[in-house]
Design a protein around this ligand. Sequence first.
Ligand code: NFS
Length: 665
Amino acid sequence: MKQHKIKSATEAAQKIIDWGESEGLTTCFERAERMKPCPIGETGACCKVCHMGPCRLVGPNAEEEVTGVCGATVSTVAARNLLRMVAAGTAAHSDHARSMAITLLAVGEGKTSDFEIKDPAKLMRMAEILEIPAPEGKEVKALAREVALKLLEDFSRREGVVNYAKRAPKKTQERWKKWGLLPRSIDREVVEAMHRTNMGVDHDPDHLLLHALKTSLADGWAGSMMSTDITDALFGTPRPVQAAASFGIFKEDEVNLVVHGHEPTLAEAILDVVSEPELIEYAKSKGAKGINLGGMCCTANEVLMRHGIPTSGGFTNQELGVMTGLIDAISVDVQCIMPAIVELSKKFHTKVISTSEKAMTQGAMHVAFDEHHAKEAARKIVRVAIDNYPMRTGKGKYVETDKAPLIAGFSHEYIEYMQGGRWRASFRPLNDAIMAGRVRGVVALVGCDNPRVPSTGLFRYLAMEFIKQDVLILTTGCGANAFGTAGFLTPETALDEAGPGLREVCEAIGIPPILHLGACVDNSRILTIASAMAAEGGLSDEIGGMPAVGIAPEWMSEKAIAIGCYFAASGVPVIFGGGSSPVGASKEVTDLMTRGWYERFMGGLHFEPDPENILNLALDYIDKARTYLKLKKYEPGRFGTERVLMDMAARRELEKAAKPHLGLG
Ligand code: NFS
């Protein structure tokens, strides 16, 4: 039998890849092998901002000796390219946020009856932060309207500062002020980024990079953060839910409909209508036992976090999902949708349905979606899936046994609540555990999965190493999907794999050592958690200096770069894995983004392809932060016999509070 190369670290994915290869089907895995990256563009040395080029700034001493036709140096070009990536990433997250704000406004103005405010308490908290008076008796809709209008100002304000920047610790804000990084508004920073990188404008690498940070802060502290908040207010703030992951979530005897993409509104509408008796009856009339909804990529994370809808995985699973032969329809909106799924779907029976006016794919069918007629569009999509159920051909690779249990749903609010119950919610226990060395530090393992490395493999390797060494992991995006499909998102993982200190903390609270915080926009939850930890006291009084690191081991999207930059500007050292550095052609730019940014913001951006180096660099940052904060030196295995995190009464109370939500009580 032909020996297949390992392309995914997830067994079920690898089985489908092998089967696809034997059938002569093409996927991103095979294309990644065939399509070698352009070595010039890969390291940021290609300039194509005008038509005197594209200029290729290469050669043994390119950094000193080579310029483009206009005279732009390698450092200018690399910095300019990075800034454009950040602008694109920020635009993507923030345009998603804009749709959410517009939906909130439509709800507030009574222009849609398809959505409502499911979490008024969250809306009240938002109003409080935004300094909108919310006296008792004020109508929820009126408040929603005011909140939406205030947040919409963050897109177009000419002068001033985005609303949520004030949620950062004072000291973090002071650093931003000192370096001119406080973003005015999302559109303004993105437009300025495009202007500055236009031919013949900004040529100073440091100056360009500072604008990359400013633009990224508009993503993290405005676009992404408002998206998270509005989504919570509209659809509920997540709390732990049990669910499942991988291809085994598809059912042979039910209509399988997959929601793929990013904005949660359509998925929520579909979720609302799939249980309508007429649609269930219609599915039965076609021979199916029911309708089974599953998620893909970040939409999966949104509906998993709030409703426990199972996920079929992250970015590199989308083609493999089609190849199971069990997906009757896959609805997509915006971002991270491979156009390849349309061609591939023609070899099976799957219907690909685009829904956004912004995003069309040739060959896909289109059902227009907007917040005013959400359920109507949702019903149409469900009917397409039902009509297609009898068209299954039997062709496909169905991995029957593969379905991993998981727990997701860790919002900022819930993490706070689980550390003290309703009346004493705080970050004190976590701060104490870090101070004592039970928890060595915190790592955010986030971002895309990538076919250029054995997909999901770096996530799995790093997670296991970190938790063994008592590092608590926060995860979002396709990283969270990778852990879900690997079966790592269960409390048992702590018992089996975590170091004794971390295990004790997880056991006391009843949580997995890897906390699923949501989609990529929900990286903003990590910002507010870090801010709350700073406010709690005992660690750093700003985000910078915390024993915390961000890692995107398999990144591929410009959105990941924008996230990395806002973490760095907020004070978190960040490491990107996978292939080469997109600024690798310039030592000057590399130095600015690592040493330079660390000196100014206590954060920075590293590109490090070697997994072991990623691990060691992260642990080194964590241990240095511990020394800087004069915390107890972390000693492996020191804890494990004693239990002093909380007294028994406090622990019992906590367990009682947590159990029903974890489905354990
Ligand atoms: Ni994030 Fe979500 Fe996944 Fe990467 Fe794409 S789905 S927004 S960009 S690939 S993590």
